[in-house]
Write a protein that binds this ligand. Structure first.
Ligand code: ADP
Length: 484
């Protein structure tokens, strides 16, 4: 089966969150299942300059405000997955984030920038841009790629199936209605049955309305987004799709995240050879200026600092964590008030709280390897990857029981402990007190090394591989591609 994946970011070239990890790993896993997969990516500098052996496939005339657009086909570095790159310097050759200027404001022409991505996806799918390869199915990721589904609906080639994956419903690609004429769609699309959302244009709705199937990145989040609490105003649209909405849990890229082969951590270790983990902890405490106490449970955080991630709860639960002798190691960037609050906490508790503001992939590995537990107290979490990395590294997750966190962490309740099923700690209410209670349970078990090691072994034995996820996507694709 020929499948085109369309998305805006891809690990390790451009990454603002878990979406990049998915696009960096899933295509290869699908190829492993026998699928013929290609990528379509915007020519952001880090992508356009890194994709190997690029050859021109099509010259596209002036559109979406760009005078010159060239479609090239090359290969991803590392994975060698074939990748189409849209070379449109006027729209894409900008430094920094794919979505925002350096002052944090959205690029003013994001509607054109990501409409182009969808437009090229749709025209590749219809066979107009590359006569040598036509996908049977187009898989669009998040609002950035969602317009592909609308353009295909506008000029449907009978043969192309479509899947749209929601990686995070909070980011919807909303634009003023005045931008609609820039999209080149007939006015019937600017209706509540189409892209219109409270007199604005919603790219997310293009995917939700026009893709044949909608998936999201965990089964629980697939149920949650049909509710008022988690639907960000689109729960009605999602409920309207009924059984077309499903969840496939993300995997972990074992080539990148594996403590037995990770060259970037102080010592390699595995479930049967755990000595290296203690060395990683020592190294982390030394690196971050934490007191070198082997008996202090180190609670780690690697996260975007946004209200989604619930890190204000960590600030609220910090006094209890410290009172019980714990340490906090946080790495993150985002909301200025949260950054300032964590820096102030580090200043107030030298040697016990360490905070590194910024985005640093290598430090993320050292932190997850060196910490004893990883905190993910999210208000909502489509899948969450850091808790999966934590499980793999024997760094027990302490998570709020929502979305993918609920699907991947088994709470250390008495029953689960007895049945040897527990892999971490979960809590329900989004309050500092509820997090504190979970942290307290973690500290109590941490003080019983034999029981903690059992939990680590169980956590490290979990298998969240991309192969399992890829099999589920292939089954879904088969359903849609099957001759009708
Ligand atoms: P989201 O996509 O909502 O940010 P996920 O848990 O799905 O959350 O994915 C986050 C990814 O980004 C993980 O790979 C995590 O390790 C990484 N990450 C988040 N913040 C940082 C940071 N400050 N430095 C390095 N990696 C980070």
């Amino acid at each position: 089966m020929r499948v085109l994946h369309v998305g805006a970011e891809i690990f390790p070239l451009v990454k603002t969150g878990g979406l990049a990890d998915v696009l960096g790993a899933l295509p290869q896993a699908l190829i492993g299942q026998g699928a013929d997969v290609r990528l379509l990516l915007p020519g952001l500098p880090a992508i356009a300059d890194a994709v190997l052996h690029q050859k021109i496939v099509a010259e596209i005339g002036p559109s979406f405000g760009a005078a010159r657009i060239t479609l090239r086909l090359g290969q991803m570095p590392y994975s060698h997955v074939p990748a189409y790159v849209i070379d449109a310097p006027f729209l894409y050759r900008r430094p920094g984030s794919p979505y925002q200027a350096s002052d944090g404001s959205e690029w003013p022409d994001n509607a054109q920038r990501f409409a182009l991505l969808g437009w090229v996806g749709a025209h590749l799918a219809s066979g107009e841009l590359d006569p040598t390869w036509q996908p049977e199915l187009l898989h669009a990721h998040d609002w950035h790629a969602a317009m592909a589904c609308a353009y295909l609906a506008a000029h449907p080639p009978a043969s192309t199936a479509t899947v749209f994956t929601v990686h995070n419903l909070a980011y919807q690609g909303l634009f003023p209605s005045g931008d609609f004429p820039l999209l080149g769609l007939s006015s019937r699309f600017m209706a509540s049955t189409g892209l219109e959302y409270h007199q604005q244009v919603s790219f997310m709705k293009a995917g939700l309305k026009f893709a044949q199937r909608v998936t999201t990145v965990s089964p629980t989040y697939a149920r949650e987004i049909g509710t008022h609490e988690f639907g960000f105003g689109l729960d009605g649209v999602i409920r309207g799709r009924g059984a077309d909405v499903s969840g496939v849990l993300n995997g972990v890229d074992g080539a990148v995240w594996d403590p037995s082969t990770d060259a970037g951590i102080a010592a390699r270790y595995s479930a049967v050879q755990l000595a290296g983990k203690a060395r990683c902890k020592q190294a982390l405490q030394a690196e971050l200026g934490l007191a070198p106490r082997a008996d202090a449970p180190v609670f780690g955080v690697v996260s975007r600092l946004t209200s989604q991630k619930g890190l204000d709860l960590v600030l609220g639960a910090l006094p209890g964590l410290l009172r019980r002798g714990g340490q906090l190691a946080l790495q993150g960037a985002g909301d200025a008030a949260l950054e300032a609050a964590f820096l102030a906490a580090a200043k107030a508790h030298p040697g016990e709280v360490a905070v590194r503001i910024g985005y640093d992939e290598a430090l993320a590995h050292r932190l997850i390897a060196g910490a004893d537990a990883i905190l993910v107290p999210s208000r909502f979490e489509p899948c969450g990857l850091t808790q999966l990395y934590g499980l793999r590294y024997g760094t027990l997750p302490v998570v709020r029981r929502v979305g993918g966190l609920a699907d991947t962490v088994v709470d250390a309740s008495d029953d689960a402990l007895q049945a040897d099923r527990a892999t971490g700690f979960t809590f329900d209410a989004a309050t500092p007190a509820a997090l504190d209670a979970a942290l307290q349970r973690a500290s109590t078990l941490y003080a019983q090394p034999e029981r903690w090691r059992r939990l680590m072994a169980r956590a490290m034995a979990q298998d969240f591989s991309w192969d399992g996820a890829a099999q589920k996507y292939v089954a879904l694709y088969r359903d849609l591609i099957r001759p009708k």
